[in-house]
Design a protein around this ligand. Structure first.
Ligand code: AMP
Length: 282
């Protein structure tokens, strides 16, 4: 696996791939890799000729008081895991490499980036879209692999790609879970064993909502209340949001329409966890 630390080295590598007519699949991450990330690598491996990953804990997507400083970093382990998956190249930039002194440009998506996680984490998606735009410009991959666990992120980035005419296909990959349903997340490391147990309520709440939807319930408020009740029963009372939304626009749905999605964000101990479920899909 080639280790690329500088933007110009990254550009040279991807230019070489293009010159050879090879399709590159790109998997951006913040490291502390787990099976979720590795699944994205495998999907890219299956569909593309070369796989490029990046590890960059992006300071601009963390708000003041958030976990930027304590975010888990384990470069040696991450490198070994990526090698093991047959990843072809890894971009490992410094903050200075991504954000040159004097920078004045940001990429900001509109309304879709200000609801849900955007409402409680102001500026978060601006940080995400700005760094992803920089990475995409440098790499120009054929495909960009993103996890559906961060569903709003997939929507916001897809919107940016479409609005700015970026020539890349966005591929959303199914959420990878523990056996008890908890979505894998680098932030699960913050949980004590008791909190880890409580955290299973996120998936249980979503399953309960889906079951009620399948029985015919369509009311947004009723379905959201059910999710809240399941969370509260497990002692999770620091609920950031529970929302029923239209899956393509993320607009709130008073009544479940076509292809609704339930999304939630909950503080569990020192971690803020998110999860979601499509109610009408298998
Ligand atoms: P992160 O390192 O948290 O920025 O995540 C990097 C990529 O991995 C993002 O596209 C995430 O959506 C994706 N990802 C994180 N957790 C999971 C998971 N449990 N299943 C699938 N993809 C995931």
């Amino acid at each position: 696996m080639e280790i690329l630390n500088r933007g110009d080295a990254l550009q040279a590598w991807t230019a070489q791939m293009r010159a050879e007519g090879l399709r590159v699949g790109f998997v951006p991450t913040m490291g502390a890799l787990h099976e979720g990330h590795l699944t994205l690598i495998r999907k890219a491996r299956q569909a593309c000729d070369r796989v490029l990953a990046s590890i960059f804990v992006n300071p601009t997507q963390f708000g003041p008081g958030e976990d930027y400083d304590r975010y888990p970093r384990d470069e040696a382990r991450d490198r070994a895991l990526l090698e093991g998956e047959g990843c072809d190249a890894l971009f490992l930039p410094t903050v200075e490499e991504i954000y040159p002194t004097g920078r004045q440009t940001v990429v900001r998506v509109g309304a879709m980036s200000r609801v849900l996680c955007g409402a409680s984490r102001p500026g978060h998606f601006e940080g995400v879209t700005t760094v992803v735009a920089i990475l995409l410009n440098r790499t120009q991959p054929q495909r960009l692999y993103l996890g559906l666990k961060d569903y709003q992120q997939v929507c916001v980035i897809s919107r940016m790609v479409q609005d700015l005419g970026m020539p890349v296909e966005v591929v959303g990959v199914e959420t990878v879970r523990e056996a008890d349903g908890l979505a894998l997340s680098s932030r699960n490391r913050y949980l004590t064993s008791e909190q880890r147990q409580q955290a299973t309520a996120l998936n249980r709440a979503l399953e309960a909502v889906r079951a009620r939807y399948r029985q015919g319930e369509r009311g947004g408020e009723t379905l959201s209340s059910l999710a809240r009740a399941v969370l509260m029963e497990s002692g999770l009372d620091r609920i950031d949001y529970v929302a029923l939304c239209q899956s393509d626009t993320l607009l709130p749905l008073p009544q479940a329409g076509e292809d609704p999605i339930m999304l939630l964000a909950v503080h569990v101990g020192g971690a803020r966890l998110i999860d979601n479920r499509f109610l009408a899909r298998d």
